[in-house]
Ligand binder design. Structure first.
Ligand code: PLP
Length: 387
C-alpha cells in the first residue's frame, strides 16, 4: 500500500471473491455485505447475468470510441429513457462525472436560454456530489472542500428540505438557473425529506424557469424501491444523474435530461473517451434485465421495510440509538455519539457496514438478498450496535 496515495483509510482486509450478499477474504473468511461497495453491487457479487454479459462482450469488442455508433450504448439509452421518462442520456464513468455533465447543462442553459451572465445553481447543505472541483464545490461539506480553495463560483447554498430558504435566496439573486439536489441524502446521513419536498421544488423551478436536477447517483437503479427515487414523488426532473448501481461494479455514470435540457449540448460541448463503451453498456444492460425480470425494485421495498422494522424492534430501548430510518434499501441508524469504530467492529463480527456523517450507520445491501440473509443482517448489525 505504500505506493498508493493516502486518499483512503483502508481496513486491513482484502476480498478475493464474492457471491450474492457475501464476500470472502484472502483467509477464506466470509462476510455478510451490507454495503455492496457503497451502493454499487445492487444485484450482489458475481451476478451470473452480469458476469456472462461482461465475458461475452470482452471477447467481442471492449472499446471503440464515441466517434462511432455503439449499439449497446444506444440500447441502454433507449431503455433508461423508457424507465425514467427522460429524453436523452450522456454516458460517463462515475457519479462525479455525471454531475459535471448536469452542471455544464445548467450553465449552457443559463447562457443560451436565460441570457444570464453568471448562471448560478442552488445546492444543499449536507449534500454530496463528488470530488472533482465543480462537484466538491456543489457538495455541502466543508470537510470535502477544505484545502482546495479557490472553489468555483456559480453556486449558492440552502438548507436541505427547506423551500422557504430557497425562496429567500432567490429574492436577492436573479442569476439562478437550476437546483441540484439528492432526493434522499446519502453521505449526508440517509435523510429522507418531507414527502412533498421534490414536488415543491418542481413548482419553484417551474415558476422561475429553473432546471430541476436530481442527483440519483446513490438513490438510483432500484435501490429505493423505484428505478429512480423521484418516481415516488409524481414529478419529473429536467435532469437526473446516476452511476453506482447502474453497472453492478463496472464504472459507468449517466446524465439523463428531458425537454429543453436534453437539447442543450451540441457536438463539441462535452465528451468522454471511455463513457458508455461497449463493455460497460453490456454490463448495464444486463443489470436492467435482472432488475426487470426479478421485480427487484418491489423487492427492495419489501426488504427495506423488513430490515428497518427488524432493527427498530431489536434496538428498541437502546439509549445510544436516536433513529432508524430509510427508503427501500438505503437505511440509516443514527446514533447519539460518533460511531466510526463500528466499521472495524463489524468486520470482526463478519458484517460490512459504513458510518457516514460521523454518527450514522449506513446500510446499502443487495436487492437480491433472501429473507434469511436480511434477518442475518438485522441480527449482526443490531448485535454490533448493542455491543
Ligand atoms: N453523488 C452522490 C449522491 C453520491 O453518493 C456520490 C458518491 O458517493 C457521488 C455523487 C460521487 O460519485 P463517484 O464517487 O462515482 O464520483
Amino acid at each position: 500500500m505504500t505506493h498508493l496515495m493516502t486518499t483512503y483509510k483502508r481496513q486491513d482486509v482484502a476480498f478475493v471473491r464474492g457471491e450474492g450478499a457475501w464476500l470472502e477474504d484472502s483467509n477464506g473468511r466470509r462476510y455478510l455485505d451490507a454495503l455492496t461497495g457503497i451502493a454499487v453491487c445492487g444485484l450482489g457479487h458475481a451476478h451470473p447475468g452480469v458476469a456472462r454479459a461482461l465475458a461475452d462482450q470482452a471477447s467481442a469488442v471492449v472499446h471503440t470510441s464515441n466517434l462511432y455508433r455503439i449499439p449497446q450504448q444506444e440500447r441502454l439509452g433507449d431503455r433508461l429513457c423508457a424507465l425514467s421518462g427522460m429524453d436523452r442520456v450522456f454516458f460517463c464513468n462515475s457519479g462525479a462525472e455525471a454531475n459535471e455533465a448536469a452542471i455544464k447543462i445548467a450553465r449552457l442553459y443559463g447562457h443560451n436560454q436565460r441570457d444570464v451572465a453568471r448562471p448560478t445553481i442552488v445546492v444543499m447543505e449536507g449534500s454530496f456530489h463528488g470530488r472533482t472541483m465543480a462537484t466538491l464545490t456543489a457538495t455541502g461539506s466543508r470537510k470535502v472542500q477544505a484545502g482546495f480553495e479557490p472553489l468555483l463560483t456559480g453556486f449558492v447554498r440552502a438548507p436541505y428540505n427547506d423551500i422557504a430558504a430557497i425562496q429567500q435566496i432567490a429574492a436577492n439573486n436573479n442569476e439562478i438557473v437550476a437546483v441540484l439536489v439528492e432526493p434522499v441524502l446519502g453521505e449526508g446521513g440517509i435523510f429522507v425529506p418531507a414527502a412533498d419536498y421534490i414536488a415543491r421544488l418542481r413548482a419553484l423551478c417551474d415558476d422561475n424557469g429553473w432546471l430541476l436536477m436530481l442527483d440519483e447517483v446513490q438513490t438510483g437503479n432500484g435501490r429505493t424501491g423505484k428505478f429512480f427515487a423521484y418516481q415516488h414523488t409524481g414529478v419529473m426532473p429536467d435532469v437526473v444523474t446516476t452511476a453506482k448501481g447502474l453497472g453492478n461494479g463496472v464504472p459507468i455514470g449517466a446524465c439523463l435530461a428531458r425537454g429543453v435540457a436534453a437539447e442543450t449540448f451540441a457536438p463539441g460541448n462535452h465528451g468522454s473517451t471511455f463513457g458508455g463503451n461497449p463493455l460497460v453498456c453490456a454490463a448495464a444492460n444486463a443489470v436492467l434485465d435482472a432488475l426487470e425480470q426479478g421485480d427487484l425494485m418491489a423487492r427492495a421495498t419489501v426488504l427495506g421495510d423488513r430490515i428497518v422494522n427488524g432493527l427498530r424492534d431489536r434496538l428498541k430501548g437502546c439509549n445510544a440509538v436516536r433513529d432508524v430510518r430509510g427508503l427501500g434499501l438505503m437505511i440509516g441508524v443514527e446514533m447519539n455519539e460518533p460511531c466510526g469504530h463500528l466499521v472495524a467492529a463489524g468486520l470482526e463480527a463478519g458484517v460490512l457496514i459504513n458510518v457516514t456523517r460521523d454518527n450514522v450507520v449506513r446500510l446499502l445491501p443487495a436487492l437480491t438478498m433472501s429473507d434469511q440473509e436480511a434477518d442475518e443482517l438485522i441480527s449482526r448489525v443490531s448485535g454490533l450496535i448493542l455491543g
